[in-house]
Design a protein around this ligand. Sequence first.
Ligand SMILES: Nc1nc2c(ncn2[C@@H]2O[C@H](COP(=O)(O)OP(=O)(O)OP(=O)(O)O)[C@@H](O)[C@H]2O)c(=O)[nH]1
Length: 319
Amino acid sequence: MTPMSVRTPDTDENTAPHRAGFACFVGRPNAGKSTLTNALVGQKVAITSNRPQTTRHTVRGIVHRPDAQLILVDTPGLHKPRTLLGERLNDIVRTTWAEVDVIGFCLPADQKLGPGDRFIAKELAEIRKTPKVAIVTKTDLVDSKTLAEQLIAIDQLGRELGIEWAEIVPVSAVGDKQVQLVADLLIPLLPESPPLYPEGDLTDEPEMVMVAELIREAALEGVRDELPHSIAVVVEEMLPRENRPADRPLLDIHANVYIERPSQKGIIIGPKGSRLKEVGMKSRKHIEALLGTPVFLDLHVKVAKDWQRDPKQLRKLGF
Ligand SMILES: Nc1nc2c(ncn2[C@@H]2O[C@H](COP(=O)(O)OP(=O)(O)OP(=O)(O)O)[C@@H](O)[C@H]2O)c(=O)[nH]1
């Protein structure tokens, strides 16, 4: 029998320098940014919902590879600001764009390019230095002809606005198509650098903020159209319950759900508190999975009058 060679060939893989850096996904609300972040990181870190503008905090998910570390910064969707909160969110987005190493512009395959996409693309064109990758999301929702047309439209949009796409890549995060390819294309655009985070870290978002987001996600489910933007959640305290046996720990979490007007209280709490109870049960399950410990969750609903328009309230709520 001929012996098989076991020598590792001297490929690029062995000689390629380690890369590490930051990428952010931008795109209009509901473009699929959070879902793609989760698919890339392989664990639920960003918050998804079928309601627009649910991602308020910059959540980082980290893709670890032997040769690279891709740190994903998930920003809120850029949109026409109507309130002070809207303006703050847009500022956060622009600052993030200028700081990251690469921007992934997410455009859903199932919707023709519209004024919302153009608005963002124009802003993107202003950020000259950062390389931009166009990512066509939700490809599972369209046939190949529609996808091809979308790819051409994006290419044309780039030409028109003077954006040179580093890549244009179609992906389906839900259908698990080409998710790894997105990482493969983003990584070469990162600077040479040793790893920036310890291996195994998935996010550096403070736990309390992630817990608050999980509660907010549960509170958003099934509420009527105008309410989502009126909800903010602040975790006041997270403390291990005292005098518990070592093998049966319990974490006490106290959180406030803020709404804008007293009239919204009923919607959140539900008949005889049934809705709030459900929100508590649902989010507790996710929190326990996230933190790996049993949790006692204490939720209170509070009115912070017109918090979206009040700078003092916004600061208190973490914006
Ligand atoms: N069919 C399909 N649906 C997707 C895909 N990716 C995202 N979605 C859905 O699109 C909706 C919006 O996705 P998100 O990931 O929350 O979008 P986002 O861009 O983060 O939204 P904001 O946080 O509002 O900016 C959700 O209902 C997702 O389930 C995909 O690849 N295929």
